[in-house]
Design a protein around this ligand. Structure first.
Ligand code: NI
Ligand code: MN
Length: 228
């Protein structure tokens, strides 16, 4: 499995058979300019954790271009449908579903969720994704929550994608605790460095994880990580 970091909280997972795009916020992100070609992403599936602009900005454009299946909570799917996208699948917290690319479970996140116009976006979520190869957890924007302990081992998580930027979400300290809660050895850190309130000390963040017996990856935008 390959993970390609697209900046902010956006990333693409290549399973070998499918391209899964999470939380696309690329065209409005000046840091991604020249490093990520939105037109080349060609996702088969787009998963949206919540309705904030910094997670859905390119979702409708990419869904229209690619015909990708959009997976999100009920409220976000109604918003997507209203813009003429018909290949959708709504979920809600606690629910799991098998798709051709693997199993997705929508899990709790502690955050807020409204659309850019202020309308209600449902509750924010994370996803546990299981392919034929491995399982991983993307928490979405969230605080540390003891609910994460419920995810440990069921299924075993090869890696997790956590926000580490602090201020709006977990910082590195809490993200390292989250890695322990869900019992995963490696974390891809996202949701940092994009805006002034979420700048981090990269070396300090990595050290926090090492001290917890975990590994934190902080890929550059456009960087690919091979995970076996
Ligand atoms: Ni958010
Ligand atoms: Mn966010």
């Amino acid at each position: 499995m390959k993970l390609i970091y697209l900046g902010h909280a956006a990333f693409l997972i290549e399973t070998g058979t499918h391209r899964l795009l999470f939380d696309p916020f690329i065209s409005p992100n000046p840091l991604a300019e020249g490093k990520v070609a939105v037109a080349n992403l060609k996702p088969d599936v787009i998963l949206l954790s919540h309705a904030h602009e910094d997670h859905i900005a390119d979702a409708v454009t990419l869904a229209k271009q690619s015909g990708a299946l959009v997976i999100a909570n009920w409220e976000i799917i109604q918003w997507v449908l209203a813009q003429g996208i018909q290949n959708v699948h709504p979920m809600n917290h606690g629910g799991a579903r098998r798709f051709p690319f693997g199993r997705v479970k929508m899990v709790n996140a502690i955050h807020s969720s409204s659309f850019p116009d202020g309308s209600y976006g449902g509750n924010p979520a994370g996803f546990v994704v299981t392919t034929s190869e491995l399982s991983f957890y993307y928490s979405g924007d969230t605080a540390l929550t003891s609910d994460m302990k419920l995810l440990a081992g069921d299924p075993p998580l090869r890696f997790a994608v956590f926000p580490v930027g602090d201020n709006f979400t977990m910082g590195a300290d809490d993200a390292a605790k989250a890695a322990t809660f869900v019992d995963t050895p490696e974390v891809i850190g996202v949701h940092h460095g994009t805006f002034p309130p979420i700048m981090i000390d990269r070396d300090a963040a990595k050290q926090v994880f090492l001290d917890a017996g975990k590994v934190l990856h902080l890929p550059e935008i456009g960087e690919e990580i091979e995970i076996a």
